[in-house]
Write a protein that binds this ligand. Structure first.
Ligand code: ZN
Length: 132
């Protein structure tokens, strides 16, 4: 089963907690045991798992990514958004989460974050649920 989520971002760089939407896709799939594949079809956005209990954690990750990947390099890409492309490659476009007991097998403090690096934009996240 393939589901495509729409994510509307509201800032140039931003982490958005997608855990509730992904959990709902898993719930409606009816799959009790399997895999949930997540894929971001963009070159300036990404997806990751990290702590969603304390919002300062994704804020700190974003702060350091924005600091380390400087805006002031001699970038050759004329669109002017090379920092966003680099952040997207570092974080990555895909995740797989195990489904067991009809739920995502995430750690207690883990959440799934959509990572915007060149917003605000309307983005997509493909979610493929596989039984097994
Ligand atoms: Zn570009």
């Amino acid at each position: 089963m393939l589901t495509t989520l729409t994510v509307r971002t509201g800032a140039p760089t931003e982490f958005i907690d997608l855990t509730p939407q992904v959990a709902e896709v898993v719930r409606t799939s009816g799959v009790a045991e399997g895999l949930c594949h997540l894929f971001v079809p963009h070159t300036t956005a990404a997806i990751t798992i990290n702590e969603n209990a304390d919002p300062t954690v994704p804020a700190d990750i974003l702060m350091v990514l924005n600091k380390v990947i400087s805006e002031r390099e001699a970038y050759r890409h004329r669109e002017g958004n090379s920092p966003a492309h680099i952040k997207a490659s570092l974080v990555g476009p895909a995740l797989t989460v195990i489904i067991t007991g009809g739920k995502l097998l995430l750690g207690t403090w883990q959440g799934i974050f959509f990572c915007e690096f060149d917003g605000p934009r309307t983005r997509k996240v493909h979610v493929k649920i596989r039984e097994g």
